[in-house]
Design a protein around this ligand. Sequence first.
Ligand SMILES: Cc1ncc(C[n+]2csc(CCOP(=O)(O)OP(=O)(O)O)c2C)c(N)n1
Length: 511
Amino acid sequence: MNNQEKAKFIIGKLLNYGVKEFCVCAGARNTPLLQALSEEHQAHVKSFFNENSAAFYSIGRIKKTGHPSAVITTSGSAVAELLPAVMEAYFLNYPLIVVTADRPVEFRGSGAPQTVDQQHIFNSHCMKSYDLVNDDFEELNFLVPGGPIHINVCLEEPNVQSFNQDLNSFDGFSEDRPMKKPLVILSQLEQKDKPVVLDFLQKHPLPVLVEAHSNLHNELADYPHRIYSYEGFIENYIDLFDGVIRIGGVPTLRLWRDLEARKIRVKNFSRVSFSGLSYLKDSPFTLDSLNEFSSISESSWKEQEISEILFKNRKWKEKVDQVLDLYPLSEQALFAQILHLIKTENLFVSNSSPIRILDFCLKAENTLAGVYSSRGTNGIDGQVSQSMGLVSESEVLVSVLGDLTCLYDLSGFWPLRSFNRHLKSQFCQIVVNNEGGELFNKIFSNRGISPLTQDWLRVGHELSFKGIADMYELDYVRTNQVIDLKGGQFIELRPDNDQTRKVWDELKSFV
Ligand SMILES: Cc1ncc(C[n+]2csc(CCOP(=O)(O)OP(=O)(O)O)c2C)c(N)n1
């Protein structure tokens, strides 16, 4: 069965079981389930961005209506957010059904983005847990009544349906011969990792992508082989590389996910014990072993080949600058403004668009102090709380969050009104309020997703953050221009969504 057939089958079973109301939660992986639901006109659907709220709301509905109710989520920590409500339903014997989309089974244990062991996560607090890995859907004919039910379903990755066949004929990644033309990706690193990484890059002048949370941006600002604004650019040149050397955590950039469908070898050097790829079973080498592994790269890059990529990259950057000048109210242009203002402040960026736009906008002339992100499960949960834990006396923390991400964790500001009241002036909140999950617009535009499904994914709203700023006694500014980053502020940044989309569109046609 393909994704759509699986999704249709599950939704059909739930309707037969007596589910009338569905709470759907925003996320890319569960899109086939939402798409199938959008074709069932008798289903009542409510969309949520917070899985915990969706599940407790469903319990309220079961209480009120007496009917079973279902929640549908994406993969990753989104699934864990259901646990308290599943427990509640278990002890009430309530028919709460949670359907969780999962990555294909070969991703399990890899540490790849948004991959967690979600198959039996609710353990004894469920009447029954179904783990639908392949075409084992017959099991669903016997849905057990009497309490919560978990249906975990593995869905194929969009665009890489055929990747299993590709990999069967490919054994290159297990070979130990040196890479001749590798690309280096620097991802999340700690301060103490800097010397060994810089030393490696000095010895091996290779093309390199530097994610901001590697905290090596300043040191490598003028590194001769650095590729900037690489999202949307590097994908076009990937066939020139015969391998990837990843240094640091699991990278954020889109290219990392695309590797799943490509025959490219990867060597990982990291403190994190996960390969981050389904097809790479070996744990990463330690960062210290970068010293010993000079043999990973007997570079045969010709200076001219690298110069050509760098020349194209310069042209691309010029085009990016032009487009940002043309659309000054786009999120990308506003992010460039923030980066221009950052000097000694630390920066925390949330998942979804902010972390990607940060890397996209970063320029050699920007100076960054500490950059923090949240790339364990890549969730949008708990981001305010994490940023609160990073506030300190020594420097101001600027936190840039998406609007849904901020709304997800509103109680996270609590320290500012209690034990960290004295640190309020050390914290500047920027919420990029594009009125919903704008990332989904970027991922799914022109992909044949029904308008209804797109609405459910986006979870559009017209909320203002003024009340939140007031509640936590931060100075509220609503603006489409960032002028300063002083502490004690809550800046609600209002980009023009049309301009944001035009930036991506114009760049799509230029390589
Ligand atoms: C806990 C959790 N639930 C769901 C998701 C799926 N998800 C990824 S991005 C996103 C939308 C984020 O919206 P917002 O914070 O407004 O950022 P924007 O996309 O607008 O930049 C969602 C729901 C997730 N990553 N984590």
